[in-house]
Ligand binder design. Structure first.
Ligand code: KG4
Ligand code: ZN
Length: 346
């Protein structure tokens, strides 16, 4: 089966074509025929974050182009598409609708079924591209620009949200902190790069909610602490490369400390066999390295799985894999709708 997948939930226009076996997989049964991601970073950089209506306009412009590129890369004609997968949420409503409308029209033209996909589930299930078997129950930490959630996955399709952020997402915290420091959008990769030049531990930043008994997060207090610390410095220091890289190291460490502590607590409490990382922030090298080391110490035997870097941030393949597992859950075209607040579980 050839799945064409469309992902437009935020600021990446993703179109992928995935060839799959008819039955749920062993890893080798997925063959990536095309994975086109058209990034809008340059457009949003001047706003310091994603500007939804500019994002919608860019998706409208880029999606037909990305679709043609994907067919070319896959060396197939559109008549060979068996199923269309589309992200319907969560995400930015105007952006999601671009993908939904495109999928509706294409499905009508090609007379193929459409499977609606949940973006957060996509960040989890994309890990099946590189792992044929994942021992369950698994504990997923999904960290992106819009979400920070700890999710218990008992089996594919059966999820429970154990905790989530009460305000800003972890990626949003990276992005806002970068803006305070005068760095460009997206902030995560910028902060990660500069953090390599310093050791964390010199600037005292809070770790909000790190010791609470629940699995929730809060990052807005950390952002405020970063802002105050920055405002207290004189102008020359604010621009000083050493100060900026020291801040980056300590900001990154503060976020990592909270993410790891809560994830390991949940993994222990729910006797998870695997920890799965996903979402843009899971591209962070320090987060992955420190999680592996701490998990090894605290929960020996637990497996840690994370996506390859280009599967961490948004892409169409995550949508394709999700639709593969839910291939029977097709949707009537007139019922296909974007849902900005779609939840993966309770
Ligand atoms: O999953 P994603 O591509 O889009 C959303 O669904 O939000 O995640 C984007 C987020 C941005 O906030 C970006 O700063 C962050 O992921 N990010 C990183 C890194 N690469 C991307 N954060 C920390 N370290 C990175 N290396
Ligand atoms: Zn995402």
């Amino acid at each position: 089966m050839k799945i064409l997948a469309i992902e437009t939930s935020c600021d990446d226009t993703g179109v992928a074509i995935l060839q799959t076996s008819a039955n749920p997989p062993a890893g080798g049964e997925f063959l990536v025929l095309a994975n086109i991601v058209s990034s809008q970073i340059e457009v949003h950089r001047k706003y310091g974050g994603v500007y939804p209506f500019a994002a919608k306009r860019e998706h409208q412009k880029n999606l037909p182009i990305a679709y043609k590129k994907a067919l070319k890369e896959a060396k197939i004609s559109e008549k060979e598409i068996d199923l269309i997968a589309v992200t319907i949420g969560p995400g930015l409503e105007p952006c999601l609708w671009v993908g939904v409308t495109f999928s509706q029209e294409l499905a009508k033209k090609l007379d193929v079924p459409v499977v609606p996909a949940n973006h957060i589930e996509g960040h989890i299930l994309v890990n099946y591209l590189t792992n044929s078997k994942i021992d369950l129950p698994a504990l997923a930490l999904i960290v992106s620009g819009g979400h920070t959630q700890i999710i218990l996955m008992k089996k594919i399709g059966d999820y429970k949200i154990l905790g989530e952020t009460r305000d800003d997402a972890a990626g949003e915290c990276f992005d806002k902190a970068a803006r305070i420091l005068g760095l460009s959008y997206p902030g995560g990769p910028e902060i990660a790069k500069l953090a390599e030049k310093s050791e964390p531990g010199r600037i005292d930043l809070p770790r909000p909610m790190i010791n609470t008994k629940d699995y929730d997060f809060s990052f807005s207090g950390l952002k405020t602490a970063i802002l105050y610390h920055h405002q207290k410095q004189d102008k020359a220091i604010q621009k000083d490369k050493k100060y900026i890289s020291q801040m980056c190291a300590d900001i990154q460490q503060a976020i990592i400390d909270v993410l790891i502590k809560k994830t390991l607590k949940a993994a222990k409490d729910y006797k998870a066999k695997t920890i799965i990382l996903g979402g843009g922030v899971s591209a962070n090298h320090e987060l992955k390295t420190q999680l592996v080391i701490k998990a090894h110490q605290d929960l020996p035997g637990i497996k840690i799985i994370f996506p390859q870097i280009d599967h961490s941030t948004d892409n169409g393949l995550m949508t394709a894999v999700t639709a593969f597992f839910h291939q029977k859950e097709t949707c009537d075209l007139q019922d296909l709708k974007a849902d900005a607040n779609l939840r993966i579980g309770n």
